[in-house]
Design a protein around this ligand. Structure first.
Ligand code: BES
Ligand code: MN
Ligand code: ZN
Length: 494
């Protein structure tokens, strides 16, 4: 979707397009509404009157081929009261409605109503998020089922300022989120550790430095926990490091770490077949990190940020690890692998330890589709946050409020930590039936030392079967890219 910002006067930019005119309860009509109404010989106000359109949310109507204008279609949409107006939702809702309309250009009239340049940029973000589709493997889709909209023009006072807000922040957020969605949507025969790493490598064009460690290098580093997960797969595990040095030279970086299990069969502790296809999305944490790094680099963020993703495929095989195996992590701590399906923590523990040792970060956040238990606790609405730092937990709360990716803090407690003690090794990788998300977080905490850190369990938010939010597609949400970009922007820049 091509986004541009134009001034609100009716010009050639409006030719052959669908023009969207918002109306609000108890508010004056905009200048553009009045201008179109006049051009059409008062056709718009006559329709509005006939339909009882009073600005109430959801009271919409369309006029096809309005008289007196060079516009194809006018879409008048009731937006409710001005108080609760959310421009992102507005942009998204309108695009959801008109995506397949047959129109190729949409002009969103955002003149009047005290709309700011940031409102306009956020409407554009909502519009782009709502336009997302993953159709690349659908070869027989009829044209009528393909999106027709190609251009979105936001008509607003001071388009230059809106353009700058979009270019410097909201555009990168949109692109980073769409990238994360694309990665989560890709099936595991297309996106596996090496092809994934190659795709990340291409992001060097944004000014990132990308380093890829294969199994040989990881073995030399002692990453026995991560490597154990990949033993059953013929596909080589990869650790990919993305470096963005936009801050002061020598300033301690922030590290973002992601679980990138490109497919999780469970391994020898095999998962049931029904629904197993969803496990192509078990790299959602890594996708959030890659999407965030994309956004951070695209907007030239003034911070030093390191993204690290552990890319592994968890398969059953003659060479796969067995329940009861004991592996030695890079930290030197040994782990009894009682369940090969609790593999995410095994991948992350080496990636976290590596991040801590190599980069001495001032703060570290990891994201992972780690436990089914977080779905039982928080459903699809909130991601679970576990943190050893009240400061970081507070920052994440704020970033969530500012990015509409919601988080809910969960406890860490030494009392839970005992549940992962093992008689045979330093710890085991499962904690029993209760508090499954917490014992997973306790496990990770053993690998972060005293670095201020948070773990975000996104097993419930990385994908959902359907969503009422017009910004979200049917499956992969891209959750986390936006949250992490916001967290970095609000706390580590300037
Ligand atoms: N990738 C899964 C967690 C998951 C479940 C993500 C559902 C998204 C939706 C993870 O690797 C896993 O299998 N966890 C186990 C842990 C258990 C064996 C301790 C789980 O949650 O059942
Ligand atoms: Mn698993
Ligand atoms: Zn998993």
């Amino acid at each position: 979707m091509k986004v541009s910002f134009i001034s609100p006067e009716i010009t050639d930019g409006h030719l052959k397009s669908v023009v969207v005119l918002p109306v609000f309860k108890k508010a004056e009509l905009s200048a553009s509404y009045k201008a179109y109404d006049k051009l059409s010989g008062m056709q718009i106000s006559a329709s509005a009157k006939a339909g009882g359109v009073d600005g109430s949310a959801g009271k919409d109507f369309q006029i096809l081929g309005p008289k007196g204008t060079k516009t194809n279609r006018i879409f008048v949409t009731g937006c409710g009261g001005l108080d609760g107006f959310d421009s992102e939702n507005f942009g998204a809702r309108v695009v959801k409605t008109l995506l397949m309309s047959g129109e190729t250009t949409l002009v969103l009239q955002m003149d009047g109503f005290d709309f700011t340049p940031v409102d306009a940029a956020r409407a554009a973000l909502g519009a782009v998020l709502a336009s997302y589709r993953f159709d690349k493997y659908r070869t027989k889709l009829p044209a009528s089922k393909k999106p027709s909209l190609k251009n979105i023009k936001i008509a607003v006072e001071n388009p230059a300022k809106a353009r700058a807000a979009y270019k410097n922040f909201y555009g990168p957020v949109a692109e980073g989120t769409l990238l994360a969605r694309d990665l989560v949507m890709e099936p595991a025969n297309k996106l596996y550790p090496k092809s994934y790493a190659a795709r990340i490598k291409k992001m060097e064009s944004l000014g990132l430095k990308v380093e890829i460690l294969g199994e040989k290098r990881m073995k030399a580093l002692g990453m026995g926990a991560l490597l154990g997960v990949g033993l059953g797969s013929p596909r080589e595990s990869q650790l990919v490091i993305m470096k963005w040095n936009g801050g002061k030279k020598g300033d301690q970086p922030v590290c973002l770490v992601g679980k990138g299990v490109t497919f999780d069969t469970g391994g020898i502790s095999l998962k049931p077949g029904a629904g197993m296809w969803d496990m192509k999305g078990d790299m959602g944490g890594s996708a959030a990190v890659v999407g965030a790094m994309h956004a951070i680099a695209s907007r030239n963020a003034k911070a030093n940020v390191i993204g690290i993703v552990g890319l592994v495929e968890n398969m059953p095989d003659g060479l796969a690890q067995n329940p009861g195996d004991i592996v030695t992590s890079m930290s030197g701590q040994t782990i009894e692998v009682q369940n090969t399906d609790a593999e995410g923590r095994l991948v992350l523990c080496d990636a976290l330890w590596y991040a801590k040792e190599k980069y001495n970060p001032k703060a570290m956040v990891n994201l992972a589709t780690l436990t089914g238990a977080i779905l039982m606790a928080l459903g699809h609405e909130y991601a679970g946050v576990f943190s050893n730092s009240d400061e970081i937990a507070g920052q994440l709360d704020k970033a969530a409020a500012n990015s509409s990716e919601k988080v809910w803090r969960m406890p860490l407690d030494p009392a839970f930590d005992k549940l992962i003690d093992s008689p045979n090794a330093d710890m085991k990788n499962i904690g029993g039936r209760l508090a499954g998300s917490i014992t997973a977080a306790q496990f990770l905490q053993r690998f972060v030392g005293d670095v201020p850190w948070a773990h975000i369990d996104i097993a419930g938010t990385a994908w959902k079967a359907s969503s009422k939010d017009p910004r979200e597609p049917a499956w992969a949400t891209g959750y986390g890219a936006r949250l992490m970009n916001r967290w970095v922007a609000d706390n580590f820049e300037g």
